[in-house]
Write a protein that binds this ligand. Structure first.
Ligand code: FAD
Ligand code: NAD
Length: 479
C-alpha cells in the first residue's frame, strides 16, 4: 500500500530542502527523500552544499586564512605572535562541527515543519509514484504524491586522463579531507573549486600547481576582474598554467606523475596529491524508470521550462540537475518558486540577477552582464570603475587590492552588470543584486548615501564614476 503526500521532494540539498520547507509552510503534506550518509554512515540532510561543498570549503577557507594571516600579516598590524603552528586535525574537526550543526539544524527545521524525512534512494515511476530503497533492501517502499520535485543535484565530472585513485587523485570531496598538507599539490581545472581549494592548501603550506585547459583565465567573469585575479593569485604563489591539456597520469608509489601539453610542448609534473576539479554534471543516476519518459537534454540535464516544470505534468525539477549556474542559492530560489506555484501563486525566479562569488582572497563577485557579453550583443553601455586602494576602510583593513566595476546602459542608465574583486565582495555584491532587482540606474546609486568609512563606498564611487564624477580619485584615472 503506497503512502500518500501532497508533495514529495527527491533530494535534501539546498534546492530540495528549501522546496520542502516552503511547501510545508504553505500547508502541504510534504515528504523529502534523501540518500546522503555521513562518514559514520548516518543519514544527513543538506546535500552537497552542506556536506561536501559550500560549507566545509568555507570553513577551511576561513581557518586557513587565519593561519596565513597569523604568519604573514598580523605583524603588519603590530601584532607579533611567534611560533605559529598548524593543527590540521583540529581544523578538520572544527569544519566537521560546522557541517554537523547545520545538517542537524535542517533536520530540526523538518521536524518543526512536520516534513516527513525518508532516507534511501528514490526512483521516479510512472503515475507520480516513487519507489524508495535503503541500501541492501530488496523491496522498497512505495510513495505517491500529487506533485513531485526532483532535486537530485550534481556529481563531480571525471576525465579519462586522470581517473580518481584512492587518496592520491581525488575530487573536491577528497580535497576537503586530506589528512596532511601535501608538499606539492596538483589541481586540474582553475575554476571555482580549483581556486578555492587551491587557496586553502596553499595557505596551509602546499606548493600548488593549477592546470587549466582554457587559454584564458576565469572566462566566466569580467576580463578586467579576471586579469586582476590572475595577478593577485600568482603573487600569492598559486602556479596557474593556462592552455594546459592533461594527457595522462601515472601513480608512482605515493606520487602522481602528470603528463600535459600546452603551447610550449609536452611537460611532466610530479605532485603528492591531485585534485580533479573540471566541473560537475547533473546527477540522474537511477533517478527515474525509463517508462516515465522524463526528458533530458544531450548533457543529461533534466529539461524544464522557466517555471521548472518537466515534460511530465505534476513533476518539477530544480537546482543543479537543471539548466543554469550550479549554485546553492539558485536552487533554493527555484525551490521556493516551485512550492509557491504548486500552491497556486505566480512566483518566478529572476535569472538575470543570480549572483556569483568565488571565495578566494581577494573575493571575486559578479551579477548581470559582463562588458564582453554586452559588446558581443551590440549593447551600448557606460562603465564606472573604482579601486579599493582609494578606500579608507580598505586601507585600515590592510586589504586594498581590487576594484568595483558598474556597467550601465548608455541610453537608459539602468545597471546591467556589476563586477568586483576585493575585500568582502561576497557581501558587497548583495547591494548590486538588490539594485538590479529593483531596476536601479547608476544615477539612483550615485544619489544614495553610504556610511563612512565602509567598503560600500567603493560601490558608490563606482556608480559616480559611470558619469565621470567619482570624488576620491585623481582626474587622470577617471573613465
Ligand atoms: P545537492 O546539494 O547536490 O543535493 C542533492 C541531494 O539529492 C543529495 O543529498 C543527494 O544525496 C540526493 N539525491 C540524489 N539522487 C537521489 C535519489 N535518487 N534519491 C534520493 N536522494 C538523492 N554553491 C554556492 O552557491 N556557493 C558556494 O560557495 C559553493 N561552494 C561549493 C564548493 C564545492 C567544493 C562544491 C562541490 C560545490 C559548491 N557549490 C557552491 C555548489 C553547490 O554545492 C550546489 O550548487 C548545490 O549543492 C546544489 O544544490 P542541489 O540541492 O541542487 O543539489
Ligand atoms: P568550474 O566550471 O567552475 O571550473 C572548471 C574548470 O576546469 C574550468 O575553468 C574548465 O575550463 C576547466 N577544465 C575542464 N576540463 C578540463 C581539463 N580536462 N583539463 C584542465 N582544465 C579543465 O567547475 P568546478 O570548479 O569543478 O566547480 C563545479 C561547480 O560547483 C561550478 O559550477 C560552480 O558553480 C560550483 N561551485 C561554486 C562555488 C562558489 O559559488 N563559490 C565554489 C565551488 C564550486
Amino acid at each position: 500500500m503506497a503512502r500518500h503526500f501532497d508533495v514529495v521532494v527527491i533530494g535534501g540539498g539546498p534546492a530540495g530542502y528549501v522546496a520542502a520547507i516552503r511547501c510545508a509552510q504553505l500547508g502541504m503534506n510534504t515528504a523529502c527523500i534523501d540518500q546522503w550518509r555521513d562518514r559514520q554512515d548516518r543519514p544527513v540532510l543538506g546535500g552537497t552544499c552542506l556536506n561536501s561543498g559550500c560549507i566545509p570549503s568555507k570553513a577551511l577557507l576561513e581557518s586557513s586564512e587565519i593561519y596565513d594571516q597569523a604568519q604573514s600579516s598580523f605583524s603588519m598590524h603590530g601584532v607579533k605572535c611567534g611560533g605559529v603552528t598548524l593543527d590540521l586535525n583540529a581544523m578538520m574537526v572544527r569544519k566537521d562541527k560546522v557541517v554537523a550543526t547545520l545538517t542537524q539544524g535542517i533536520a530540526g527545521l523538518f521536524k518543526s515543519h512536520k516534513i516527513t524525512w525518508v532516507t534511501g534512494h528514490a526512483r521516479l515511476l510512472p503515475r507520480k509514484q516513487v519507489e524508495v530503497h535503503e541500501d541492501g533492501e530488496s523491496k522498497g517502499q512505495l510513495i505517491e504524491a500529487e506533485n513531485i520535485i526532483l532535486a537530485s543535484g550534481s556529481i563531480p565530472a571525471e576525465i579519462d586522463a586522470a581517473p580518481l585513485h584512492g587518496d592520491l587523485i581525488v575530487d573536491s570531496s577528497g580535497a576537503l579531507e586530506f589528512p596532511e598538507v601535501p608538499a606539492r599539490l596538483g589541481i586540474i581545472g582553475a575554476g571555482a573549486i580549483g581556486l578555492e581549494l587551491g587557496s586553502v592548501w596553499r595557505r596551509l603550506g602546499s606548493q600548488v600547481v593549477l592546470l587549466e585547459a582554457q587559454p584564458e583565465f576565469l572566462t566566466i567573469t569580467d576580463s578586467q576582474v579576471a586579469g586582476e585575479a590572475l595577478r593577485q593569485f600568482t603573487s600569492q604563489g598559486l602556479d596557474i598554467r593556462l592552455g594546459a591539456r592533461v594527457l595522462g597520469c601515472r601513480i608512482l608509489e605515493n606520487h602522481v606523475e602528470l603528463e600535459y601539453q600546452d603551447h610550449g610542448g609536452d611537460h611532466r609534473e610530479t605532485v603528492d596529491r591531485l585534485i580533479v576539479a573540471v566541473g560537475r554534471r547533473p546527477n540522474t543516476r537511477g533517478l527515474f524508470a525509463p517508462e516515465t519518459e522524463l526528458l533530458l537534454d544531450e548533457w543529461g540535464v533534466i529539461h524544464v521550462d522557466e517555471q521548472c516544470r518537466t515534460n511530465i505534468p505534476g513533476v518539477y525539477a530544480i537546482g543543479d540537475v537543471v539548466r543554469g549556474p550550479m549554485l546553492a542559492h539558485k536552487g533554493s530560489g527555484e525551490g521556493i518558486m516551485v512550492a509557491e506555484r504548486i500552491a497556486g501563486q505566480q512566483s518566478s525566479v529572476n535569472y538575470d540577477t543570480v549572483p556569483s562569488v568565488i571565495y578566494t582572497l581577494p573575493e571575486i563577485a559578479w551579477v548581470g552582464k559582463s562588458e564582453q557579453a554586452l559588446r558581443a550583443a551590440g549593447t551600448n553601455f557606460r562603465v564606472g570603475v573604482f579601486p579599493f586602494s582609494a578606500s579608507g576602510r580598505a586601507l585600515a583593513l590592510g586589504n586594498t587590492a581590487g576594484m568595483v566595476k558598474i556597467i550601465a546602459d548608455a541610453a537608459t542608465d539602468r545597471v546591467l552588470g556589476v563586477h568586483m574583486i576585493g575585500p568582502h565582495c561576497s557581501e558587497l555584491i548583495a547591494q548590486a543584486v538588490i539594485a538590479m532587482q529593483f531596476s536601479a540606474s547608476s544615477e539612483d546609486l550615485a544619489m544614495t548615501m553610504f556610511a563612512h568609512p565602509t567598503l560600500s563606498e567603493v560601490f558608490h564611487e563606482a556608480a559616480l564614476a559611470v558619469d565621470g564624477r567619482a570624488i576620491h580619485i585623481a582626474r587622470a584615472r577617471r573613465r
